[in-house]
Design a protein around this ligand. Structure first.
Ligand SMILES: Nc1ncnc2c1ncn2[C@@H]1O[C@H](COP(=O)(O)OP(=O)(O)OP(=O)(O)O)[C@@H](O)[C@H]1O
Ligand SMILES: [Mg+2]
Length: 237
């Protein structure tokens, strides 16, 4: 079994008195060390898929397993622990803690893990430097640009040395140069540390890093060779 395994996963949302079926019976096996890119039109369910893999949302039916562990069998508390130990999450809307500075946001998952203060601050500073934010460590999110917030979120996702990084449009708010730097950082973690990536994107530069591409449309997931990835919904940064 893969490091990530979805069996017959279905997800719908209540919408204007009806049910909007976002995912129909999705099956997916991701092996350790894969760099998976998920593309698809806006509203096709990319964020939904990542949230289900990350145990942030529950499927209507089917199972999601991380390293063989069925997330449906965990309560919220043990799911939170599993996420903190194994997963790094970059959210489309960042989800930074507004009252904490950049360095405190990155250090937060290390605090939850019980790392001692000096070590977690040092680790957080090192990560912020790696994403190009050495000069902005003491700012709160409201005083950072969208791209800077995104980089804080990326540093935070990497704080606990996750085995799996789930990144929802991680280059969506980044300029060309920063986007390439972030993707090179992801690629080096994938290549050197065998971190498994699942990245949703509209950005064809991201597709070029994939070892495997998925295309979501109308509730189903299709395997697509990277060169055949549809481009009609791609934004240009
Ligand atoms: N909590 C929710 N309640 C109701 N509907 C939702 C909810 N979350 C998502 N949806 C709907 O489910 C569908 C899939 O949404 P999702 O955010 O997964 O799409 P996406 O592929 O990530 O889109 P984008 O590229 O715009 O980020 C959309 O039609 C959305 O409106
Ligand atoms: Mg989305």
């Amino acid at each position: 079994m893969g490091i990530i395994s979805l069996r017959s996963v279905a997800k719908s949302y209540a919408s204007a008195g009806t049910r909007l079926r976002v995912l129909h019976a999705v099956d997916l096996e991701i092996e350790p060390g894969e760099f998976v890119v998920a593309a698809g039109p806006s509203g096709s369910g990319k964020s939904t898929l990542l949230n289900l893999i990350g145990g942030l949302d529950h499927p209507d039916s089917g199972t999601v397993r991380i390293e063989g562990v069925d997330l449906g069998r965990h309560d919220d508390r043990s799911l939170a622990r599993l996420r903190n130990e194994k997963l790094g999450f970059v959210f489309q809307s960042f989800h930074l803690i507004p009252v904490l500075t950049a360095v405190e946001n990155v250090a937060w998952p290390l605090f939850l893990k019980g790392m001692e203060r000096r070590r977690r601050v040092a680790r957080s500073k090192e990560l912020l430097a790696r994403v190009g934010l050495a000069d902005h460590m003491r700012r709160i999110p409201a005083r950072l640009s969208g791209g800077q917030r995104q980089r804080v979120a990326i540093a935070r996702a990497l704080a606990c040395d996750p085995k799996i990084v789930l990144a929802d449009e991680p280059t969506g708010n980044l300029d060309q140069r920063t986007a390439v730097e972030i993707m090179e950082l992801f690629a080096s973690l994938n290549r050197d540390d065998s971190v498994t990536f699942v990245v949703s994107t509209h950005d064809r530069r991201v597709v070029s890093y994939a070892t495997r591409c998925l295309y979501l449309d109308e509730g189903t997931l299709a395997e697509t060779p990277p060169e055949a990835m549809p481009h009609e919904d791609v934004h240009h940064a």
